[in-house]
Design a protein around this ligand. Sequence first.
Ligand SMILES: Nc1ncnc2c1ncn2[C@@H]1O[C@H](COP(=O)(O)OP(=O)(O)OP(=O)(O)O)[C@@H](O)[C@H]1O
Ligand SMILES: [Mg+2]
Length: 276
Amino acid sequence: MERRNGVRIDIGDLTHRYTAKTPLTFEKVNIKAEPGEALVIIGRSGCGKSTLLHILAGLLEKTSGIVQLDGKDVTEPSSHWIMMFQAPHLFPWMTVEQNVGTGLRFARWPEEKMKKRVAEVINLVHLDEFAQNNTQDLSGGQQQRVALARSLVMEPDLLLLDEPFSALDAFTRATLQKDVRAISKQLGFNLVMVTHDIDEAVIMADRALVMAGSPGEIVHDFKVDLEDPRERQDPEVQAMRANLMEIFHQAAGVPVDSSDEEGDDTSQPDVELVGN
Ligand SMILES: Nc1ncnc2c1ncn2[C@@H]1O[C@H](COP(=O)(O)OP(=O)(O)OP(=O)(O)O)[C@@H](O)[C@H]1O
Ligand SMILES: [Mg+2]
């Protein structure tokens, strides 16, 4: 597959409220990103992360402010920016290959060209041996890989991910985190991802943005300056994680629990930032 250039993201003084009767969801949010950058947004439940992602995807209208990709206003969904959700939403009666080819079939790609592209993407997400299986017979992690392939087949410049791995077991999640980052770097598209999981942010982000408050705002913009590939047990990853954890807890006004600092293996429960 061809390398993309990604997009320049420009979010300026973005403000949102759902209705005239509801309070502001967030106010004057400013985020800029360079082409190919991976941003991870972390924040407590209800601070407006999903709302922000939906506006960036063109799925929800902003109240005021600027949302631009490469200098153009985002006003509607597009195949250049694609959203992946927690549930993969596949067609269970179709094979992996058919699911992955859905977007291309809608776009009326010629059969041979479509087959070639679908095979490339299935290879990219390591599902070659399952290409002819019905997706209902796959594991949760494999299904999420199909959803990823279905997004990648459209060659997006920007992939938006709303807690895409939170329903998966720790091992599957860890593998997917590394693979998605590696693929985004290999193909050159931007990532904007929402998560509750600090480990996930450190493994996947070029920059981690901490969102807090009500109405929500970006209270920290943290450069995750680490080499690839990143392993959870690397001392640099551990140090970055401790750092980000402290920033997060300060921002959220929650004292740091020192037992959180030692969560270095994937068998341990996630550091859940919600409901605690
Ligand atoms: N359709 C809606 N109408 C009115 N209010 C809404 C609607 N959707 C969300 N909200 C409210 O907007 C706020 C932000 O919601 P949002 O889903 O963006 O939060 P979030 O940060 O993604 O939370 P979580 O981490 O739990 O997914 C919440 O207070 C929520 O109750
Ligand atoms: Mg959400």
